[in-house]
Design a protein around this ligand. Structure first.
Ligand code: ADP
Length: 429
């Protein structure tokens, strides 16, 4: 323990195939270490004898296949041991995926480069989708594959800030504390935290992301064989269901993993197999350890993700404040603000606003606290279909002097000329 701290270290002995479920206390971090045996955190092995520090409110589990002893140092909101987990069924899925990767690799010299598994994980909110996605990726990476992680969850994504869909290759098991490395992901900016703000745009971006990955795969047999694991949103009713089908279709998913919902499973099985009988639709049990997060927690989590982008997980980054003239900023908005989803309109009616219309944004006080994406587009008409380099955050709008102050992750000129605005804001705390 830290010098002067009298806090007792709690030791936990885990039997084989059991897990220690932890929610870190709300004020201080928690340290844990593996004393003996072997254990993993969401698919990534714990190093022996090394203290790992988890931030406040973090929720996770330490699972062991063969038994382990764990030391805990610090406050927890809850910690308990569970011996009933769906981990065996999850690792069986991994084994099947792995065999398919091997098969794809073995026949990679054939004229048509074969495709490894394209897995999509679906289910209601808080069913453990992100966690299962992470385990499948980490187990694959441990075996030497470089699977592509695709995150379509614009509300609670794990690759970059909220409001985006993105993809990144996973080359090493995902760090249990740091999460997915943020180096150079492929990111498309939607700009809202729920797709209902612009369903058409969401679909267009999903298509763009899929096409870009398809292009990358065609030149890279290794990542093609490793395949992808796609995490989705928890919105599974109505338009949400339509978007799931759209994603399955667009990414040519060949394995659909449905977590914890019988109805969703039977609907998808019917609808997906109608279009492509070769897709495996598999039902998996939700883990009893998955913690439900209320809207307030989700909001807080989103804010933390944005903060992390600019300041780093442990305040290890220092963003730069820059000042620009109004006339130097070219900000665009896509679509005409929030609009009713198609399903809310009378049959046959079309929404009036074109959801893909590009409109220049007049700079005024409304820009304050807005998060803007820096597009890679070189012409305005490329903005809708372009991915983004990163984000800036507006901290001050001086109407009189016509100047905007913003935070950027690094100093110097922005990596693109055009900025994209949605409804994404952040209040720095
Ligand atoms: P979803 O992606 O379906 O919304 P998540 O995978 O993000 O759900 O899980 C919700 C929360 O529960 C996360 O904070 C996650 O870390 C936590 N969690 C998932 N599985 C476990 C487990 N077995 N033990 C403890 N916490 C867990």
């Amino acid at each position: 323990a830290a010098a002067g701290s009298a806090s007792a270290i709690k030791q936990v002995k885990l039997e084989k195939e059991s897990e220690l479920r932890i929610e870190v206390g709300h004020e201080t971090p928690l340290r844990i270490r593996l004393v003996s045996g072997t254990a993993e955190i969401f698919g990534t092995e714990m190093p022996p004898e090394i203290w790992l520090s988890f931030p406040p409110r973090h929720k996770f589990a330490v699972f062991t296949w063969y038994g382990a002893t764990i030391d805990m140092d610090g406050d927890t909101e809850t910690d308990y041991t569970a011996d009933e987990t769906p981990m065996v069924s999850y690792v069986n899925v991994h084994a099947i995926l792995d065999a398919r990767r091997n098969r794809a690799k073995a026949s990679a010299s054939d004229s048509e480069s074969p495709q490894g598994p394209r897995v999509i994980v679906v289910g209601p909110t808080d069913s453990g989708k992100s966690t299962l996605t992470r385990m499948l990726l980490s187990w694959a990476a441990k075996q030497g594959w470089k699977p592509t992680f695709v995150d379509l969850d614009i509300g609670q994504g794990s690759i970059t800030i909220p409001g985006c869909i993105s993809a990144t290759p996973i080359e090493l098991p995902i760090d249990p504390v740091e999460g997915v490395p943020l180096e150079m992901p492929l990111v498309y900016f939607f700009g809202h935290v729920t797709p209902s703000n612009n369903v058409e745009l969401y679909k267009v971006l999903v298509k763009e992301l899929a096409h870009t990955l398809e292009r990358q795969f065609s030149g890279n047999a290794e990542s093609r064989a490793a395949g992808m694991v796609i995490n989705t949103m928890g919105w599974i009713e109505g338009v949400g269901y339509e978007l799931l089908q759209h994603a399955i279709d667009t990414f040519k998913a060949n394995v659909v993993l449905v977590l914890g919902q019988e109805k969703l499973f039977s609907m998808l099985k019917k609808d997906v197999l109608k279009i492509n009988p070769n897709v495996d639709v598999v039902k998996l049990q939700r883990s009893g350890g998955v913690v439900s997060r209320n809207p307030k927690f989700r909001q807080k989590f989103r804010s933390l993700r944005t903060r992390e982008y600019f300041y780093g997980l442990t305040n290890d980054l220092s963003p730069h404040a820059n000042i620009a003239n109004f006339s130097d900023l070219f900000i665009y908005r896509i679509g005409g603000g929030p609009q009713a989803p198609h399903s809310a309109l009378p049959i046959g009616a079309k929404p009036v606003a074109d959801p893909l219309r590009l409109a220049p944004v007049n700079i005024n006080r409304d820009l304050l606290h807005v998060v803007l994406a820096v597009s890679f587009a070189t012409e305005p008409d490329q903005i809708v279909s372009s991915n983004v380099a990163g984000f800036i955050y507006v901290t001050e709008v001086d109407i009189q002097r016509k100047k905007v102050t913003y935070l950027a992750p690094s100093p110097g000129e922005l990596p693109g000329k055009f900025l994209v605005m949605g409804t994404l804001t952040w209040l720095e705390t």
